[in-house]
Design a protein around this ligand. Structure first.
Ligand code: ATP
Ligand code: PRP
Length: 208
């Protein structure tokens, strides 16, 4: 049995057509079902539905053989203990700094609200900027509006969320997309079936 860890929402929605290429079609919809383990049209493949930030953990420990996770999550988690063989090019966005549209440019010491604590620390250190990082779990855009932080580090796709909150994008930290990750032992023990799946996904990604 091959177990693939996926999060509900945009990654699941965008991964479905890719998985279908390998004959993997879940028999339940996680958006309506409360099931956390989904059987698929392939008897040898099941999906486990977990939080996006938990995908590297499940795959590292071998609770899932494979997973699909954003590059942001992988870098923040520190995913040295798993393989990352394929950029699926889904859930694409940018990790950026953003501040109030009237705020002065960032210089000197700054307070930064983000859920990407490690990435933000590394980024500001590399810029030679002293930063106090405030960990949040969501609604980062609110922080500059209520005086909690001078700026945020968050994902930007259309920019609509920033605009709706009178913020503007400032510096690009990195481009983000979702990656297929593989447990190291599974890559050896289940090599043939994983290599086949990788090849099918790779072909589909290349033709999109
Ligand atoms: P968690 O439930 O663990 O807090 P989350 O709420 O951030 O995760 P999603 O919003 O589904 O989960 O995001 C999952 C991944 O999708 C992110 O890690 C990122 O790689 C990508 N992503 C997030 N927001 C966007 C966006 N607006 N546009 C494109 N991709 C995005
Ligand atoms: C993500 C991200 C931004 C927004 C950016 O939030 O945290 O808030 O998307 O996208 P935009 O530039 O197109 O507006 P998401 O929609 O995942 O909400 P959540 O973090 O609350 O789950």
């Amino acid at each position: 049995m091959l177990t693939i860890a996926v999060s509900k929402g945009r990654i699941y929605d965008e991964a479905l057509p890719l998985l279908a290429e390998a004959g993997i079609i879940p028999t339940d919809d996680p958006n309506t079902s409360r099931k956390l383990i989904l059987a698929t049209t392939r008897a040898d493949v099941q999906l486990v539905i977990i939080r996006a930030t938990d995908v590297p953990t499940f795959v590292e420990y071998g609770a899932a053989d494979l997973g699909i996770a954003g590059k942001d999550v992988l870098i923040e988690h520190g995913a040295e203990n798993l393989y990352e063989p394929l950029d699926l090019k889904i859930a694409r966005c940018r990790l950026m700094t953003a501040a109030h549209k009237n705020a002065p440019p960032i210089t000197g010491r700054v307070r930064v609200a983000t859920k990407y604590v490690k990435i933000a620390e590394q980024y500001f250190a590399a810029q030679g900027v002293q930063a106090e990082i405030i960990k949040l779990y969501g609604s980062m855009e609110l922080a500059p509006l209520v005086g909690l932080a001078d700026c945020i580090v968050d994902l930007v796709e259309t920019g609509n969320t920033l605009r709706a909150n009178d913020l503007e994008p400032r510096e690009l930290i990195m481009h983000i997309s979702s990656r297929l990750v593989v447990n190291k032992a599974a890559m050896k023990m289940k090599h043939q079936v994983i290599a086949e799946l990788l090849a099918q996904l790779e072909r589909k990604v290349a033709t999109r």
